[in-house]
Ligand binder design. Structure first.
Ligand SMILES: *Cc1c(COP(=O)(O)O)cnc(C)c1O
Length: 432
């Protein structure tokens, strides 16, 4: 599943003792395994090999250029949501003609940039957006490739903040309206109707919602494909990963449902969906983010203090919600293990950061080994929606990131210098 493992009592990433990385680069430190990245990409890619397919890695999950280059070298395209992301693809050596551009709020500037760079397709979320893309394409004397994002109104059975495919959400165009939208789009002369797209949510641990959504979309896709000469159908991302070790007694979050512990493997995913998709004869796009990169990263942090109050044992660490916001934002569970394995004694602990917010925690009432000042902990499965959601809250610098490859390692993002945090701020003349 991933390449973080103990050798004796030392936690390693691939062939590198993480302690040596900490000594060299300090903490908080994100550590990524190139082998895990590659392995997850290839497992999915192979499982889908019966289909003409393209994986467009959803780079919002982790857009570090070294991560992206690893995937670009394996032939991955990218699912992008902003001009900044497209520019990153170019900087990382990816191909824009293997990129899709998603998102509900594309600006004219962004559309123009994507068109000039030769984007593979815009995934369109509304009729005003269709009109806007058509207008920009006309001005540039180009034809814009588009797919309509369908909201299939299928509940993904996941956390509310990462559910995107029901009519409660801002995403896509209602299933019942899609045919009409394509009919109107077909009259816009600077659009080319290239395909159809959906994405129902994130961290799905069962194949059933995917199956339901594909069964719903496939007949419509088949019909429209004939009518408009589609090239592809995109089934989005959302494949879940395992965050929780099998026997963890953890905090009270929705992740603790039994469903959240199951593994949705590429082979289960593919064996269910390939037979539904193959008859369409279309290219199949998918947009996994978390599945590729989630288990490939860990956030390493140093224990600063252990504080016992009347009822609780608080382990205060040097990483905080500005480094990894998932527990605060999504009630997420991250497995926490020491870099130096300890005896079997466990103590119920809250692992918290130094930020002045009650939401600044990584675990509550977690059975952890006894640790003390100067020990280090690894928060596992932090590769997706971790570093990319980092902020400078409390004027804390963004963490450094390291990529491990076998016995090699390299800094792939230097720790942010504190002065960088305020270097774009100015004090108006009247205050001086
Ligand atoms: C976020 C997102 C993805 C990736 O989701 P994961 O759960 O990380 O696989 C794919 N497609 C769209 C449109 C998204 O918004």
């Amino acid at each position: 599943m991933h390449d973080f493992h103990y050798v004796g009592s030392e936690l390693y990433c691939e062939g590198v003792p993480i302690k040596t990385l900490v000594e060299r680069h300090g903490t908080p430190l994100y550590v990524y395994s190139q082998h895990t990245l590659t392995d997850h990409f290839q497992k999915l890619d192979r499982a889908l090999s019966p289909l003409n397919h393209l994986i467009c890695y959803a780079m919002k999950a982790n857009s570090n250029q070294a991560v992206m280059r690893t995937l670009a070298n394996l032939g991955s395209g990218f699912d992008t949501v902003s001009e900044g992301e497209l520019r990153r693809v170019i900087a990382a050596g990816g191909k824009v003609n293997q990129c899709v551009f998603a998102g509900v709020g594309k600006t004219e500037t962004e559309i123009e940039f994507a068109l000039r760079q030769g984007i593979y397709c815009f995934n369109v979320e509304s009729e005003p957006e269709l009109a806007r893309i058509n207008r920009v394409a006309e001005r540039l004397r180009k034809t814009a490739p588009i797919a309509v994002r369908v909201n299939p109104n299928v509940d993904a059975g996941t956390h509310a903040k990462i559910t995107t495919g029901t009519y409660e959400n801002k995403f896509g165009i209602a299933f019942e309206k899609v045919e009409g939208v394509y009919a109107r789009a077909a009259k816009l002369r600077h659009l080319r109707l290239l395909g159809i797209q959906m994405h129902i949510g994130s961290q799905l641990t069962e194949v059933a919602p995917f199956e339901k959504a594909v069964r719903k979309l496939a007949p419509l896709a088949a019909k429209l494909a004939v009518k408009y000469g589609f090239e592809f159908i995109s089934i989005g991302g959302g494949l879940g990963i395992v965050y929780q070790p099998a026997l963890e007694s953890g905090s009270q979050t929705w992740w603790k449902t039994t469903a959240a512990r199951k593994i949705l493997t590429p082979s289960i995913y593919a064996s269910t969906l390939v037979p539904l998709l193959q008859p369409l004869g279309l290219r199949v796009l998918l947009e996994p983010g978390r599945f590729i990169v989630g288990n490939a990263g860990a956030l390493i942090t140093r224990v600063e203090y252990v504080k016992r109050t009347g009822k609780k044992n608080f382990v205060i660490v040097d990483a905080a919600m500005n480094d990894l916001i998932r527990p605060a934002f999504y009630d997420s569970f991250h497995e926490i293990v020491p870099l130096q394995s300890k005896g079997s004694g466990r103590i119920a602990s809250d692992v918290v950061g130094p930020i002045c917010e009650s939401g600044d925690y990584f675990a509550k009432d977690r059975a952890l080994p006894k640790v003390g000042e100067g020990d280090h902990l690894a928060l596992l499965s932090a590769g997706a929606y971790g570093a990319v959601m980092g902020s400078n809250y409390n004027s804390r610098s963004l963490a450094a990131e390291v990529l491990v490859h076998d016995k090699d390692s390299a800094v792939v993002r230097a720790r942010q210098d504190l002065k960088e945090i305020w270097k774009h701020e100015t004090i108006p003349a009247w205050l001086r």
